[in-house]
Design a binder for this molecule. Structure first.
Ligand code: GLN
Length: 196
């Protein structure tokens, strides 16, 4: 296999990310020469060019990352990381919740559950810089936002509450759920960015 993508499979939207990456790889013309695998232990990361950190419950995922000895292997993972929702919380340098053992891979401060209870879930058409100004139908579920991003971070989209899409080097983080809904443009953009 030429391309191997891992999806962290400790808790959360795992199968949706696997399906979305399979579809995105197909649409990029490398479906036959690629595989998408689940990552539960450090050895599962071997040979992966990218890793997805899915949405779910960030405090639970953080605890399981530590328990499964994945913290250091993910922090030093040489490939690109595609982090969504709870994943965006985990990949940040600063989070408003001391229970999160942050991976410190994207220089930003993240607020969990930034949209409050009454707006726990909503959908909106979001203009995203890296999609050539096109909008993306984004699904937000108890979503975080970044309230501050460092100068090395490229902000791709924001709402009134804060930043909802960023890139830093090989990594991409999104507050919403691109794996739901069948639109794989952001998965494709990420894969192209890391040279696939
Ligand atoms: N609010 C959740 C958390 O901080 C994230 C929600 C999600 O991933 N859909 O863990």
């Amino acid at each position: 296999m030429d391309v191997k993508i891992g999806v962290l499979a400790l808790q959360g939207n795992v199968s949706e990310h696997i399906d979305a990456f399979v579809l995105a790889l197909d649409r990029l013309g490398c479906g036959r020469s690629s595989e998408v695998v689940t990552v539960r232990h450090p050895a599962d990361l071997e040979g992966c060019q990218a890793l997805a950190l899915p949405g779910g419950e960030s405090t639970t995922i953080s605890r399981l990352i530590d328990k499964n000895h994945l913290y250091e292997p993910i922090r030093t993972f040489p490939g690109g990381i595609f982090a969504t929702c709870a994943g965006m919380v985990l990949i940040a340098t600063h989070v408003d919740d001391a229970r999160i053992h942050t991976l410190n891979l994207i220089d930003m401060t993240v607020d969990r559950n930034a949209f409050g209870r009454q707006r726990e879930s909503f959908e909106t058409d979001l203009p995203i810089d890296s999609l050539g100004g096109e909008s993306f139908h984004a699904i937000f579920i108890r979503a975080p936002v970044a309230t501050h991003a460092g100068t090395s971070v490229k902000v791709l989209s924001r709402l009134d509450q804060g930043i909802v899409a960023v890139e830093q080097e090989k990594h991409m983080a999104l507050s919403f759920h691109p794996e739901l809904g069948g639109d794989t443009r952001l998965h494709e953009r990420f894969l192209k960015k890391i040279g696939i």
